[in-house]
Design a protein around this ligand. Sequence first.
Ligand SMILES: Cc1ncc(COP(=O)(O)O)c(C=O)c1O
Length: 360
Amino acid sequence: MMLLNPGPVNVSDRVRQALSRQDICHRDSEFADLLHGIQAKLLKAFVPGAESEYAAVLISGSGTAAVESAVMSSIPHGKRMLILNNGVYGERLSQMVGLHRLGVSELKYEWTARPDPERVRLALRQHPEAHVVGMVHHETTTGLLNPVKEIAEVVDSQNRVFILDAVSALAGESLDIASSHIYMVAGTAGKCIQGFPGVSFVLVRKGFLERMRAYPKRSWYLHLTHYVDNEGRGTTPFTPAVQLYYAFDEALNELLEEGVAKRIQRYKKMAALIRDRMAKLSVKPVLTPDRQSNSLTAYYLPEALSYQVLHDRLKDQGYVIYAGQGNLENRIFRVANMGALTEEQFTGFLDTFERICLAA
Ligand SMILES: Cc1ncc(COP(=O)(O)O)c(C=O)c1O
């Protein structure tokens, strides 16, 4: 089955085979070596040249675990968080801080619009209690890429802390974490890194990590400094998904062999292949090209096909597309190009898509 949903993704045989390595105990040296190897590879891939300034913190759990641990661990007592919300995952950030009553008024945008840095600057001036700003890098709801560098500059100029949900972006989009003054970035193994879901991570600036130690503990499982202390000793506070760590390690080997920049270029090329063909078929994208990410495109449904019919006909032929969410649920479909997939596979999908449209 070719997965055109934004995670879980198709993985290589090499990554799949890594699942069956030997059974080990997470309190023994073999696990410490595995853990420290993954951390070093994450830093090399995503903060090259600034490895000593960041810590990579691993959590057994899907991307949401990493995002929630970053959110819950980053707010000092008496301070709050400002969320930039332009999609389902921005909304989710709001809900997380809302649960703990730690939010200030979020800045809400249309799902096809980007946050405006000047509005963020104004909001931070008006809300001295907003200590942290949270945003999603790639809003998977529509495939919209948010202006990370511009927002990070504003947040930094106001002496605030910027945290980024880059769960669907890391290894698919360029991101200069270190020079953009980003304090925390949440990511997952199971999307553009091409591992399995179930392991996620947060890249944290070390100076901020020390400050976080004084912040209130708001979760038992997701308190980030608890992980940092354990992982420093080569273990994890709770039983880790050991076999998924093996596969994650192998996926990172593949990423570093391919090169992060080349991975991004490959995704961009596959997205262009999809977009050119869809344009020829007059299938209309939800976003203008300047807003689109490298790894997902949202399209309005062709008139003659409901989502379910399109999905089922494609699935019969071995292709899984993805539905819209929220108010776009019955109006759009999404095609992700994440994972260990070849140009020939994408061409096969597009040929099948065209046949289904012509027959409808
Ligand atoms: C931007 C973004 N953030 C967070 C998540 C949540 O990740 P998970 O489903 O792995 O918990 C997703 C999932 O698609 C996502 O796209």
